[in-house]
Design a protein around this ligand. Structure first.
Ligand code: G6P
Length: 605
């Protein structure tokens, strides 16, 4: 799991190669490196740290030329060391390789190569592959043949880009289970793990499919199937992401910028044609059993969706974390909806493959165009949220939830659980939502910031809610953990008294997600739990709706949200909690856009 990138230029690519891995840094950032051909030889520089650190140590910005590869790493095989960073060189230094994924049989291959006298500098699976290349080339003296022979020997999942001084005009690339795309420019072509690698330079992309390899020159490219060796003709995708949305645009962090992108993100989600939304509702309606699936934040989006579908459409679908999906016995006629920002998450991909093998219908909500999940399902909704660079998901998660509310409404209508009139009222609410989000962000951020500052020292949080506010609380607790590294536990407010209440004392803070008072039953249940915490000396912070004096009376501090449709009250609280986590992390001086130990796109198991 990493970011890989390569450029072949007819003149000089300048700093574009370095910029390209900078734009992929969110995929992994524990070490990085660049290899270019200069004066017929491979110049390799790499080290541990983020791109800017390594650039200072190794002067990567001086590494220019016509052809090069680069890599930003999130360690899987071998710890974070300079030797284990990519690119990796073969023993004779004539081949360099960057790799994303796992070569599962690398141990056997490594032992074989060791017995043949090969010396390794690193502990990585990638260095095994690059030495296989050298060996294969020695036998065939043909670069394409050597690439294929080496590939035949490896198993697992991998995207690989190879650079060789034997052919300074072409990069050799292959895709199997890990993402890889081409970017087509003028007198210059690109390859990268995702669109961000080349979005600054070209809007034309070609998405590689499983088992395809490419020989990429500055003005030409040839894609072939690994299996048949036959040439494959592919369509060129026009990328419509706005470049500006992938920049920080004056905000101190991508996380904050992406939270403030949310009104626009929701507008985009509203523009998804109704037919695409109904198609998913119909798939649900026509299936014998349905499941909602995601992992990390997208699992919580699935949980929130479960509540919306249950209350609006009177259908209960299990929400499952993709990594636990194997507990389900899937049958023909079942339906699985996957939610994934990146469209590349290993756990979600694996669960989908199994579901398909068992004959299930599959659908997905995905943000990244051309991603594996978007291509493998029967029906996909592209959420159109634009690049999300901060590792923690904010705008993408909100848009996914909004889309699922739309799905719930379509399903409610199809199943006759809501009338046309109610449906239309909700549609009007949906249309007003982007403006409400804008207003909330502008008006509430100051209040949220103050409370976050006052409480950033708190080491233990309980995030509590009832009904749909419960999965909102869980997602918000995850956000808090991800960016502040403080302990936050999301749970149903009514569950608290069955054990966790014993922890409560003044140092343990509880954040309550209080529904608007008109949601009487949920509101009442939440207030009971607030009283339980308060009366045990716990500190109560609350997200409440204006005019809720009872809730305000129970809280030591509260964010007072202007009244909104109950349809959206949970989503508004989700946004406030995102800001809350952001400002707490800011106060604690955390690495907000790239929290320790995490990566945005986890493409390994
Ligand atoms: C990683 C990220 C999480 C994210 C999860 C699912 O674990 O660190 O923030 O929620 O992957 O990612 P996806 O791209 O499938 O939504």
């Amino acid at each position: 799991m990493c970011g890989i990138s390569g450029i072949v230029h007819s003149e000089n690519f300048g700093r574009n190669l370095l910029n390209s891995i900078r734009n992929l840094e969110y995929r992994g950032y524990d070490s990085c490196g660049v290899a270019v051909i200069q004066n017929g030889k491979i110049d390799l520089r790499k080290n541990i740290g983020g791109i800017d650190d390594v650039n200072l140590k190794e002067r990567l910005d001086q590494m220019q030329g016509k052809i090069g590869i680069a890599h930003t790493r999130w360690a899987t095989h071998g710890s974070v060391t300079q030797e284990n960073a990519h690119p990796h060189l073969s023993a004779n230094r004539k081949f360099a390789v960057v790799h994303n994924g796992i070569i599962s049989n690398y141990q056997q291959l490594r032992e074989r190569l060791l017995s043949e006298g090969v010396c390794f500098e690193s502990l990585t699976d990638t260095e095994v592959f690059v030495n296989l290349l050298e060996k294969s080339f020695a036998e065939s003296n043909d670069l394409e043949q050597a690439f294929l022979t080496a590939l035949q020997q490896i198993e697992g999942s991998f995207s690989i880009v190879m650079l060789s001084s034997h052919d300074p005009e072409h990069l050799y690339c292959v895709k199997k289970e890990s993402p890889l795309l081409l970017g087509l420019g003028e007198g210059c072509n690109y390859v990268g793990s995702d669109i961000n690698a080349f979005l600054e330079y070209t809007r034309k992309a070609v998405v590689l499919d499983e088992g395809e390899y490419v020989i990429l020159g500055p003005n030409d490219y040839q894609i072939r199937s690994l299996k048949t060796g036959k040439k494959v003709n592919k369509s060129v995708l026009q990328i419509d992401w706005d470049l500006e949305t992938s920049k920080k645009g004056g905000y101190s962090h991508y996380m904050l910028k992406e939270i403030f992108d949310e009104p626009q993100t929701v507008r985009q989600a509203m523009q998804i044609p109704k037919e695409q939304i109904s198609a998913i509702a119909e798939m649900f309606d026509g299936s014998s059993r349905s499941y909602l699936m995601g992992v990390g934040t997208t699992y919580y989006v699935a949980c929130i969706s479960q509540y919306y579908i249950s209350t609006i459409a009177d259908r209960y679908y299990s929400a499952l974390s993709s990594d636990e999906f194997s507990v389900v016995d899937i049958h023909k006629g079942d339906m699985v909806l996957a939610i994934s920002q990146s469209g590349e998450t290993y756990d979600t991909k694996t669960a989908l493959v199994n579901a398909k093998d068992c004959g299930a219908q599959t659908a997905a909500i995905v943000n990244v165009m051309g991603s594996t999940i978007s291509m493998m399902v029967d029906h996909v909704i592209m959420q159109g949220s634009g690049p999300e660079i901060c590792v923690v998901s904010t705008k993408a998660a909100l848009a996914q939830t909004f889309i699922m509310v739309r799905v719930a409404l379509e399903l409610g209508l199809i199943r006759g659980r809501i009338t046309k009139k109610v449906y239309q009222k909700y549609q009007r609410d949906l249309e007003e939502f982007p403006e409400i989000v804008e207003k909330i962000l502008n008006e509430q951020s100051g209040f949220v910031r103050n409370i976050a500052r006052d409480t950033s020292h708190v080491e233990h949080w309980l995030f509590l809610g009832c009904g749909v506010y419960y999965p909102v609380a869980m997602e918000s607790a995850l956000k808090m953990k991800e960016v502040t590294y403080q302990h936050a536990e999301g749970m149903p407010a009514g569950f608290l008294k069955h054990g966790t209440l014993s922890m409560v004392e003044s140092a343990v803070h509880s954040l309550f997600f209080v529904p608007p008072p008109e949601q009487k039953e949920l509101h009442e249940r939440t207030l009971i739990a607030m009283e339980q915490v308060k009366s045990r000396g716990g500190t109560v912070i609350a997200l409440i709706f204006q005019g809720d004096d009872r809730a305000q009376g129970l809280a030591s501090q509260s964010v007072k949200i202007p009244p909104v449709s109950t349809l959206f009250a949970p989503l508004i609280q989700m946004i406030i909690a995102q800001m809350f986590a952001y400002y707490a992390a800011l106060d604690l001086g955390r690495n907000i856009d790239k929290p320790r130990n995490l990566a945005k796109s986890v493409t390994v198991g």
